[in-house]
Write a protein that binds this ligand. Sequence first.
Ligand code: PXG
Length: 449
Amino acid sequence: MKRSTSEWQRADAAHYIHPFTDSSELAGNARIISRAEGVYIWDHDGKQLLDGMSGLWCVNIGYGREELVTAAAAQMRELPYYNSFFQCTTPATIAYAEALTQVAPPGFNHVFFTGSGSEANDTIVRLIRHYWVASGQPKRRIIISRTNGYHGSTMAGASLGGMAAMHAQGGLPIPDIVHIRQPHYFAEGNGMGEEAFGTLCAQALAEKIHELGSENIAAFIGEPVQGAGGVVVPPSNYWREVQAICAQHDIPIIADEVICGFGRLGHWFGSEHFDIQAKLMPIAKGMTSGYLPMGGVLVHDDIANVLQEKGGEFVHGFTYGGHPVCAAVGLANLQIMHDEKIVERVHDEIAPYLQQQWATLADHAAVAAVRGCGMVAAIELGQKDGSRFASTPSAGVQCRDLSVANGLVMRAVGDTLIIAPPLVINKTQIDELIAKARTALDAFAAANL
Ligand code: PXG
């Protein structure tokens, strides 16, 4: 359908309720993205943008990959849909489950498929409590999570998440989910050493376990690096200490790999970067590089075996769980990751280059701090002493809008600018990204400082 940008915007405002959007602010101004290729997207007026966010942290292999189109079309012709209920499944679903467990860390030999990361986390809440009942410890129901974590938008996903604004809508969190402090050094470190701060945050977990009683705790959940919370990279000792505390109390760790999985941190899974020995891993996004919606839960043998022996029927499932077309696209995506050695290339070459170049922005007058890990990175906008700018609109909104106007998609989380570019970005394109980010910062500084 051929329409002008303003015609699309009018129809959008009239009929479409956007997620995470104040529609009174949107008021017919939606950015209409019409096509994409490689690491670039084009809006409806033909303006080209470098996609510094991989869509929404998901288009890891870049746009325009014919292999995925071919895989989807072939699967649709052969078998567009069949379910995994009532002891059925499809070859594509099985092949993808097998291929996923081959790239997962040792001990992860099973996967439960869902339609999204949120559904994966909902599945986990039921699955882990069911596991403890089957293990003869039914009191273990409480899941400990973290403030400012993000685990999805469904009732359980948003409850696991630690976003106050989300809890305020819809009466969340649901019972038996509690939150401890996040390991956000820039925001909460108060000048103490980074490792000391890491210990303080890990100790918050020990204290919570002591308060609630380990016999009542089902699991601890966390993103290896918090994504939506603002690319919060924990102090290097944090996960090691969390791991030890959980081991001491026999509390399984759920590593939410929805963003960090599939090469984002330079390993197949973010857990491997931090040496987290998880028992459950929600996955989504990078499974299909966002070409089709898909999620899942990777289940460690320690849990899968108990469920298989003593769990009986797991009374849970989604119509589209293990969808054969999504599975075929997931398989083609994995094949590209293998053939092009994408994880190795990110680890050895591209992530180090991105982080090295990103770090050069630290000298800018508008930048208080920079950080990053693998293919995610953040800039804290502010004075060198860490204080924020008092500008209106906020520094984050201004810099993000200047960046987009200048041809680079960055995302603002408050006054934190974040990026998560496609894993296939090359060094020349990274140079372009850094130059465009600097231009946006210069324009912000010229208008405000
Ligand atoms: N876990 C994590 C760690 C996520 O980042 C989900 C679960 C939920 O996945 P689904 O597929 O249900 O969206 C996510 C999703 C943002 C933003 O503002 C991030 C996500 C979703 C929407 C917005 O950065 N991540």
